[in-house]
Design a protein around this ligand. Structure first.
Ligand SMILES: [Zn+2]
Length: 233
């Protein structure tokens, strides 16, 4: 098992170092909704990871298996490494997905091309080394801030899918949980990609209520790969 993972890491790292013409030429496709489907579904996506205990509570939700979660990892937060074993297990079980949300959460539209590259490839490398996981093609621009330069540098690295959102739990600042639940009630709608953050602990009550809303609307949360398929086009 260990050898297999090690081999995979070597192969995956090599893949990133070899200039890939198709990748470089790949067009960027920004998404904020899931493709149409007969299944009623949303993608519950969780960003950053400043709070280790918040990440733990989301991992518990994913472990139960009813709601699949996509985490956009900011790799400079130590919390991700603290949950390394559980994250690897849930990845293997297909219950979670990881996306690239840079190393230091800098606004990519305000830095040079080489700095953009460093932010994205640094997080990419972390996910490969820590979890044996290749997060391409999904990345989430920090602050939702993006432009042609950011998209093209990201695409050259294989991050061809800037993943935006169509609905938020409004928790970027320290808001009351009643407010978060109002946002949840407003934005949990079929087909949406919804943004949430693991930067502050939400109470069990709050997280249970969010899941109740999803359930009551006949929805369930899927990973992006489940919705878009293994070969995103
Ligand atoms: Zn963020």
């Amino acid at each position: 098992m260990e050898i297999t993972r090690q081999k995979f890491l070597v192969a995956a790292s090599a893949a990133l170092l070899i200039p890939q013409v198709e990748l470089a030429a790949a067009k960027s496709t920004t998404i904020s909704m899931l493709p149409a489907s007969k299944t009623r579904r949303i993608a519950w996506t969780i960003d950053d990871g400043a709070s280790s205990s918040a990440i733990a509570s989301y991992l518990d939700i994913a472990e139960k298996g009813e709601q699949r979660l996509t985490f956009f990892v900011t790799s400079s937060y130590p919390s991700w490494r603290e949950h390394s074993k559980k994250i690897s297990r849930l990845l293997d079980a297909g219950k979670i997905q990881l996306g690239n949300h840079t190393v230091k959460h800098r606004d990519l539209t305000t830095i040079s091309q080489s700095e953009i590259r460093k932010e994205l490839s640094g997080c990419h490398k972390f996910l490969l080394e820590e979890f044996g996981y290749d997060a391409r093609p999904y990345f989430r621009p920090t602050y939702g801030s993006t432009n042609e330069t950011v998209r093209s540098v990201a695409a050259e690295l294989g991050y061809t899918v800037p993943t935006m959102w169509y609905g938020s739990f409004g928790d970027t600042s320290n808001v009351a949980e009643s407010r978060i639940l109002q946002f949840a009630g407003k934005w949990i709608v079929n087909g949406r990609i919804i943004i949430d953050h693991a930067n502050r602990m939400k109470s069990k009550h709050c997280l249970d209520q969010i899941q109740s809303i999803i359930r009551a609307r006949g929805l369930h949360s899927v990973t992006l790969t489940e919705a878009f398929g293994k070969n995103f086009k």
